[in-house]
Design a protein around this ligand. Structure first.
Ligand code: GAR
Length: 204
């Protein structure tokens, strides 16, 4: 029996090591999802090179090409929808998607954030965790809502903060766990399916 794999569109802004984890995972014969397209908010980033090496189509929606955030949001939603995703993964995508995007893919957009929600939302999770002096931090995969890293939690992982950590070493330790968690979580979400009850993500 041939079972269709879930279609995943990944949005990126940078190095794309989380994207790479999904590309590597989907090379396994029994992985239940394929990355069908990679979208970016800017050209010239390593994540787009990774997509090209893997032979995955790419698109760019740069905010500077649009009059306002809403026009950009609609364009991003249209470009993403063209690939008929079952799941959209923000993997180091450093932009807030807006209402048009979220209405197009209700409950189907996940993000990964390098901190343990609800602590340290925003662009500098590892730096803020270090500055606070926490001994455990991590990464959180969540369903995207209209806040900043506020959506219902799907899965966390919590590596330690070491005494001699700097932002870069801490972020790299988080990312080692994050990549594995992301590949696993995408597989689980597209296989088990899920529903969102308030702030809870309940597997079916
Ligand atoms: C990841 O650690 C991801 O959690 C973070 O950017 C990194 C991207 O790494 N995202 C955010 O901080 C979003 N608020 P990558 O480009 O190597 O996958």
């Amino acid at each position: 029996m041939i079972v269709a794999r879930a279609r995943v569109v990944v949005l990126v802004s940078g190095g794309g090591t989380n994207l790479q984890a999904l590309l590597d995972a989907s090379a396994a014969i029994d992985y239940p999802a394929n990355v069908v397209a990679v979208g970016a908010d800017r050209p010239g980033i390593a994540a787009l090179d990774r997509a090209a090496v893997a032979g995955i189509p790419t698109f760019i929606a740069a905010p500077s090409h649009y009059n306002d955030h809403r026009s950009w949001d609609v364009a991003l939603a249209n470009a993403t929808a063209a690939y008929r995703p079952d799941l959209v993964v923000l993997a180091g995508f450093m932009r807030l998607v807006g209402p048009a995007f979220l209405e197009r893919f209700p409950g189907l957009v996940i993000n990964t954030h390098p901190a343990l929600s609800p602590a340290f939302p925003g662009m500098h999770g590892p730096r803020d965790a270090l500055a606070y002096g926490v001994k455990i931090t991590g990464c959180t995969i969540f369903i995207v809502d209209d806040g900043i890293d506020t959506g219902p939690v799907v899965a966390p992982v919590a590596p330690p903060v070491l005494d001699n950590d700097a932002e870069a070493s801490l972020h790299e330790r988080i990312k080692e766990h994050e990549r594995e968690l992301l590949a696993l979580t995408v597989a689980e979400l597209v296989t088990d399916r899920y529903r969102i009850e308030g702030r809870k993500v309940v597997r079916r």
